[in-house]
Each structure stands twice: as C-alpha cells, then as structure tokens.
Write a protein that binds this ligand. Structure first.
Ligand code: G3P
Ligand code: MG
Length: 389
C-alpha cells in the first residue's frame, strides 16, 4: 500500500465528515414540468443527472408549481417515469400546495379547488384539514348553482359528498344546515373552470362565507380569504406550445371580483414560484435533506417550515435553481440570489428573449436540457472539492 493510500486511509472520521460537508455545500432545486418531465413523459437527460447527483451525494430537491395528488403518489410516478434505480424520497418533493399544510390551524372548513377527479380531497385530508369541501359537493347540493357544469351524474355521485354530511343546504335543499366556509384554497390547475369561477365568486362576495348569500358592501377585502398555490399562466406538457395553468383561474377570479366590487382589486395570497415565501420554504427543505444525506437526521420526518420564515445561517455556499419557465423558476431564483439555469425543454422557447426582452435571464445561461445545465456546475464543484481548491 503506497504512502498516499495509507495517508488517505488514516484520515480521521471528523475530517472525512468535514470533507463530506464541504461536498454538500452546494445544492440543486429542480423544477419538474419542462425540466424532468413533459406531461407524463420523461426527459431522458433527467435520469442521468439525477442519478449522478445521487451517487455523488449532492443535495437536491424538486420544487414544482404543479400538484393535484399526494407527494407520495407524485414522487412514485416520477421515480417510475425517470426509471431511477435509487428513488427520490417524498421529503425531497415540494408541490405548489405542500406549504398549505401550514395554514391548517387557521382554516377549518375549506373549499379546496382544482386537480383531477377528487384527488385533492385526499391531499387536503392527508395534510390534516378537518372539513374539506369540493366544488362538486356544492354542485351535488344544488346543481343550479352552475347550470353549465360538465360533471356526469356518476361523477357527482362518486366524487360529491352527501349535503347532509357537508352541511351544504344551499337554497333549501332540505339538509337544514348551511355552514359557512372559512377560506378558499386553490390547490391545483382547474378541471372545472366554469364551476370554480362561479362558486369562488359567490363565496368571495357572500355574507361571511355562507353560500347563497350576498354581501352589500364593495371592498378589496373578500368575505373570506383566498389562497392560490401558484401564479403560473403557462406550463409545458406534450403539446407543441405551453398550456394554460392556475394563473388563468386567478386572472378570471380577479377580473370578475373587480367588476363586482366597483374596480377594487382582490386581496389574495399567492404561493409558489416566483414568490419569496416559496423559496424560503424550499430552502428549509433543502437544508433538511442535506442533513439526511449527512446522516444527521432520518428521512421521513421532513420539517414543516412556517410561511415567510427565511433560513438563517444556511450551510450552502451556493444553490442552483433549474427551470424551464423564466417567469417562475428564473425570476424567483434570481430574486433569491440563487444561481439560475434555464433549459429549452419546456415553457421557454428559442426567441422568447427577443420577443420579450424584460423576461428574467438565467445567471448561468440557457441549456439544451437539464443534464447540460447541471453537469458542468456539479462536476467542477466535485473536482474542486477533491483537489481541496
Ligand atoms: O401545474 C402545472 C404547472 O404549474 C407546472 O409547474 O413548476 O413543475 O413547471 P412546474
Ligand atoms: Mg416547469
């Protein structure tokens, strides 16, 4: 055994862990749609770069403005689609509605909007929301509230809850109770846009969240609060051009609210990228995952950062946000002083900067795909770590 091998062998444990810590002083935050996946299809290079970071134990998490199912279901789908040998842990996934867990103490009876079928009810109840109401529950209680709804009788029966259980006696359906709704949480992109716009507007302009009532005042402050999980106007799926996302529900809701309230602008809360509240939340989760990689904590008990709580003394020297959408990923990452990497596999398309000079530019540049964007940064960091540079 050569001297240098003996030298390497005799490195004390704490020095190795220090070396390991310095290897983990960079981290990556990956957007999902348009970076790792396109709709239900994988972006091949994503598998390679995720596998590389896992092998090198470089901390990374996924931060999406998407959602609509539990974090476990979404990460299982991502692991299967990316064909990863080592699965990404659910603790590494933040969906647009994940931070809404922190709202539970203040919001008991909530209208949860968006998402496919009735899946977001499962998500909200898994978070701990006690009294979840869905738009389809309201349609079941009184279908005339939105006569143009496209729910079939079977869907209403299957997805909608009995008005006696949801306490939704809207206009005298006979269950006798019509309890107020505390707030409106828009979890995921709408699949019933018309019905949701109507019901949301009814509640924002009701008497204290009681469906079927109408307040007399005009105000910027709605009758009950509304929270949008993100502001995305567009997202990239398999179609040749980006598709509308949650942002269109928000724009419609704001426009209608102003029309009803004499031009007043709706007071609302929007989470998700590019909002700072989202990046603070993600920063805590990334720090947490780094501790898992360093063996300082066990996976499966991820922290629950409170909203608007910026991490102090972050262990990261540099974090890189990798996205496809300049308006959300790059704007948010730049504002948060993270390095930003834009890829061409999603919303951003060649020529967008010329068409829209004011959109945010990535600090590290534009790359064909996630592997070409991330490999140089991580490889350089690891080589520098090895040479002690
Ligand atoms: O809901 C879909 C859309 O908002 C996608 O988000 O952040 O994964 O590109 P993202
Ligand atoms: Mg995206």
């Amino acid at each position: 055994m050569t001297n240098s091998e003996i030298q390497r062998m005799s490195t004390p444990v704490e020095e190795v862990s220090q070396q390991l810590e310095s290897k983990q002083d960079i981290g990556f935050v990956f957007d999902i749609d348009g970076v790792l996946l396109k709709g239900k299809k994988r972006i091949v290079e994503a598998t390679e770069i995720i596998t590389y970071l896992q092998k090198e134990k470089i901390p990374f998490i996924l931060l999406t403005n998407g959602g609509g199912m539990t974090e476990k279901k979404r990460i299982d789908f991502i692991n299967m689609t990316l064909q990863l040998e080592t699965p990404i842990h659910p603790d590494q996934l933040i969906q647009a509605h994940t931070p809404m867990k922190t709202l539970i103490p203040h919001h008991k009876r909530v209208l949860i909007c968006g998402g496919p079928k009735d899946d977001v009810r499962e998500v909200a109840e898994s978070y701990g929301f006690e009294d979840v109401i869905r738009p389809v529950d309201i349609i079941r209680a009184n279908p005339t509230i939105w006569p143009y709804h496209m729910f079939t009788d079977e869907q209403i029966e299957q997805w909608g809850r009995d008005p006696n259980d949801t306490k939704l006696d809207v206009d005298g359906t006979g269950c006798k109770e019509n309890l107020p709704i505390d707030s409106i949480l828009c979890f995921n992109d709408s699949r019933a846009l018309g019905a949701e716009i109507q019901i949301i507007s009814d509640l924002l302009n009701s008497e204290n969240g009681v469906l079927g009532t109408r307040r007399t005042v005009k105000s910027s402050k709605p009758s009950i609060p509304i929270v949008f999980s993100n502001n995305d106007f567009l997202w990239a799926n398999e179609f040749v051009q980006p598709r509308f996302a949650m942002g269109v529900l928000k724009i419609a809701t704001q426009t209608i609210y102003s029309k009803i309230n004499g031009g007043e602008e709706l007071e609302q809360l929007t989470l998700g990228k590019p909002e700072k509240v989202c990046y603070d939340y993600a920063h805590h989760i990334l720090i947490d995952w780094r501790d898992v990689l360093l063996g300082k904590k066990k996976a499966g008990n991820v922290c629950l950062p409170q909203l608007n709580n910026e991490p102090l003394n972050s262990p990261f020297k540099k974090v890189y946000m990798v996205g496809d959408n300049p308006e959300s990923d790059i704007t948010g990452g730049n504002r948060y002083n993270w390095g930003t990497i834009l890829v061409k596999t999603g919303v951003y398309q060649e020529g967008d900067f010329e068409r829209n000079p004011e959109i945010s530019k990535p600090s590290l540049g534009v790359f064909a795909n996630v592997k070409e964007g991330v490999m140089p940064v991580s490889y350089t960091h690891l080589r520098a770590h090895e040479t002690g540079a």
